[in-house]
Design a protein around this ligand. Structure first.
Ligand code: SF4
Length: 250
């Protein structure tokens, strides 16, 4: 790997590449920049050729790593094949997973239902601008807060789901320590998505006071998910994300 890139940085990020301060050190971002229009289009065979090439590349890397570590990949595959496909979560974790899915669905519905209100507010702000009242900041804040809520609403539940499902594996031998397990790191990213969403909802509440009651429901729901994750992963803040949490990554 080119030492310019930070290994594994993309495993614990929020995937918002255009806003990422480390995109110049991320191999996935660099690879995506090289993709042609055809390779980005799932209806085009070039897209699937690209996926296949990458899959072969990754498998080659995994096999080389396994050989170096003396791991029998064939035995591991057989063991995995004997496992039940999807483990049922215990009730507490299942309830938390359901809450996070509810949050995503409710947010998507809310954003869709209030598109008109956003447009009306935008028109109102434009009118004020024409009258010489400087409301640009307010307009930008609203647009940004909505974008943040929208971006993180699916990611928060996807990361919560993955963290809860990986919870039982956090003591496995292949992590440097339980603190550096995938479950703990993923929970850290889920919490980050939740905290940024809480801030953005608060901004929307200030800018659209007539929607305050509905927004408070979202804030309560998100706070419940945050509390639940913190209970399962009390040390998630100690996980060191490649690049983002390393002092010498600059
Ligand atoms: S590390 Fe940054 S650039 Fe790379 S995938 Fe994540 S958000 Fe995108």
């Amino acid at each position: 790997m080119d030492p310019h890139y930070i290994p594994g940085i993309f495993n614990y990020c929020d995937r918002w590449c255009e806003r990422c301060s480390f995109n110049h050190r991320c191999e996935i971002f660099a690879e995506e920049q090289k993709m042609s229009e055809e390779q980005r289009d799932p209806d085009n065979p070039a897209f699937w050729d690209y996926i296949n090439d990458n899959f072969r590349k990754v498998m080659g890397m995994v096999e080389a790593w396994a050989e170096e570590e003396g791991i029998d990949m064939h035995a591991l595959q057989e063991e995995a094949a004997g496992q039940p496909k999807r483990r049922e979560l215990p009730p507490g974790r299942k309830a938390l997973e359901d809450l996070s899915r509810d949050y995503t669905l409710r947010t998507l519905e809310w954003l869709k239902a209030h598109r008109e209100a956003f447009l009306e507010r935008e028109a109102e702000l434009n009118k004020q601008l024409q009258l010489g009242i400087d409301v640009r900041q307010e307009g930008l804040q609203l647009a940004d807060a909505i974008e943040v809520v929208q971006w993180y609403c699916t990611m928060a539940s996807a990361k919560t789901h993955r963290a809860l499902r990986a919870y039982d594996d956090k003591d496995e031998w292949y992590w440097d320590s339980p603190l550096q397990s995938d479950a703990n790191g993923t929970a850290k990213v889920a919490l980050l998505c939740i905290e940024r969403s809480l801030g953005a909802w608060e901004g929307i509440r200030r800018l659209l006071p007539e929607k305050a009651d509905e927004i408070i429901d979202m804030l309560v729901l998100l706070s419940q998910i945050r509390r639940g994750l913190q209970e399962y992963f009390p040390d998630s803040d100690k996980f060191i994300r490649p690049g983002f949490d390393e002092v010498d990554a600059g």
